[in-house]
Design a protein around this ligand. Sequence first.
Ligand code: SF4
Ligand code: SF4
Length: 426
Amino acid sequence: MAVSDAPQRADLDKCVHCGLCLNACPTYRELGVEMDSPRGRIYQMVQVSNGAPITESYQEHIDLCLACRGCETACPSGVNYGRLIEAARADIAERAPRPFLSRVLRSFLFDWLLPSRNLLRLAGAGLWIYQRIGIQRLVRASGILKIMGKLGDVESLAPSAEAPFFFRNMGRVYPAIGQQKHRVALLSGCIANICFARLNEATVRVLQANGCEVTIHDGQTCCGALHVHAGLRESARKLARKNIDALADAGFDAILTNAGGCGSTLKEYDELMEHDPAYAERARKFVHLMKDVNEFLASIDLNPNMGEVPGVVTYQDSCHLAHGQKVRSAPRELLKRVPGLTLKEMPMSDLCCGSAGIYNVVHTDMALALLEKKMRSVNGTKAGRIVTANPGCMLQLRAGVVRYGDGQRVSHVVEVLDEAYRAAKS
Ligand code: SF4
Ligand code: SF4
């Protein structure tokens, strides 16, 4: 591990312990425990940086952080908390190896499954069979999930496999509809190729309708966001090199993602690769081209040829889009352009819904507690639809609708735009 992967003194010293971030922290709001607040976590990082041992308790407080970066937005001192929490996790991963079974599972997930199209296809096919031939219905009806405790909760949060998978589009180039104005590449994710295949297709259609030639580059791979959040920065660097090799010098006007969580890491490839002389410069070039799809669409001359999509929607900020990338107005502006649609804001729309990558699987109790509160805010708006900008949030919110909701639909912003363009045609 490079020395720079542990929390840096200059970053830690920015915190003046004022506590203004506490109210923005979902885990502190839930537990009221200082050590589960941003200030408390930074205090513990300072102790470890000063030579204190990495204890089980330290690991638990760092693990329980959602890495939502709500505290970063609230902090008046400019503390880069996202960098600190990722560095603390990298430090733990390096100096306090987990139990053997946990290491095997993490290695399978991060080093084998997520970067491998074949393994993801295989896992996706298994999930599709489980969900589509009636096994899932039987399992759920049998009541067995209720006695399986946490595993039962995890099952209810599992995404749906969407056949045909988006992997079949790798290497394809979609022409612009009408005059071509932009040449863009779309990063289609890893799990999203299986569980958000239709969202990726809708994203391509919306971009085409806006004068973009869209390339699904065959050389792309998983962005490494889940790896970075788990402290596995070397694994993330391997993936970053592949994406940079494939896309940085290919002459695209922009490289796009429809996942707020991925975008945040992709836009920080320059930090990830800053000590790699062969990639540092190209990583900066990559970051310069990298945009969230909402940000991109709001920045161009948006095709106004939309039909009506009637209804009231509420928008849930994706933490990594709002706090990580500071993109808040773009998705709202896009929604306001859709004829017939009314946007009704919920209170604290930028407070984490509990999704946070694989957090809802690892810390299911906390994730569900946050989700219940989020759904109370959603229900209060009386909106019939929740719109967001990150597939992970969509999964969590869909589970929220089933458990605590009023039957709302959950959509991505580009799915709403896609509906509007389709409505115009029909
Ligand atoms: S992270 Fe920022 S807001 Fe929170 S205690 Fe430190 S200086 Fe204050
Ligand atoms: S990243 Fe989120 S959960 Fe973690 S300390 Fe900051 S606000 Fe709290």
